[in-house]
Design a protein around this ligand. Structure first.
Ligand code: FPP
Length: 250
């Protein structure tokens, strides 16, 4: 299990070890071109491929993408089903390539409302890449940060029912192993495209000390050049984790 930045200070480096992205702006990209919103999602898949490749080349070890939030079910039915189809098709088409490239795929979120065939494809894709470790690619699907904290708490209480009578004994380090991304260090850099400056219930526990970068580019326009600009900005950040600048200079 990766330890929490509240408990220990991670090593700094020029390239984020863990990058988390909210891929926003697909709909607006399409609307601007008088295309249906779904065309934006299809172009969004190409951006996913570009960014996965660029992250691999630059030495990012963990890449986490917010593909579908628990709130996205509120979208029109046709858009939700297109997103599910795209997700299935992309998994089907890309899995062999990911396997060859040494990418380990993780899907996190509440997968229970997904149709059985999609759940099976997800299990299969994760199993096929389980031996890889060049890049851990996590897709957050039907994910919400509050859901994650709650499900972790439920699992902890089921595993250690004695904690109910001694709540003061519940430490961060007790809960963290039950979070759905316990296998990864916390993100060093968060990127949200599409011009909005919000976390939108993404990895709310894990983003506590993460550098936040907001890009006005719509997700379908995002690629290696835009990623490099974000990394350039990241290099200028002074990550103090509660310490003073003077302590860092020593
Ligand atoms: C946000 O844009 C994007 C989404 C809700 C879906 C993202 C999905 C993909 C890029 C395709 C599938 C992903 C994978 C990993 C295969 P928006 O629709 O909220 O855009 P808007 O804010 O302009 O309306």
């Amino acid at each position: 299990m990766a330890s929490s930045s509240t408990l220990s200070i991670p090593e700094s480096s020029d390239i984020p070890q863990h990058l988390a992205i909210i891929m926003d702006g697909n709909g607006r990209w399409a609307t601007k071109r008088f295309l249906p919103r779904t065309a934006g999602h299809m172009r969004g898949v190409q951006a996913v491929r570009r960014v996965v490749e660029a992250c691999g080349e630059r030495g990012v070890e963990y890449l986490t993408l917010f593909a579908f939030s628990s709130e996205n079910w509120r979208r029109p039915k046709e858009e939700v089903s297109l997103l599910m189809r795209l997700f299935m098709q992309t998994l089907e088409k890309q899995i062999s390539k990911l396997e060859r490239q040494g990418v380990r795929l993780h899907i996190v979120g509440d997968l229970s409302p997904f149709e059985p065939r999609l759940q099976e494809m997800i299990r299969d894709a994760q199993a096929r890449t389980a031996g890889n470790n060049a890049l851990h690619l996590t897709i957050a699907a039907n994910y919400g940060g509050r859901w994650d904290i709650l499900q972790a708490l439920r699992k902890l209480m089921a595993a250690k029912p004695e904690l109910a009578s001694q709540p003061d004994a519940i430490a961060e380090s007790e809960l963290a192993p039950y979070l759905s991304m316990a296998y990864a260090p916390e993100p060093d850099l968060f990127i949200r495209t599409g011009g909005e400056q919000r976390i939108s219930n993404f990895l709310i526990w894990q983003l506590a000390y993460t550098e936040l970068y907001f890009s006005d580019d719509f997700w379908p326009d995002f690629g290696a050049k835009e990623l490099d600009a974000a990394f350039e900005w990241y290099r200028t950040r002074e990550r103090r984790f509660g310490r003073t600048s003077a302590q860092l200079a020593r």
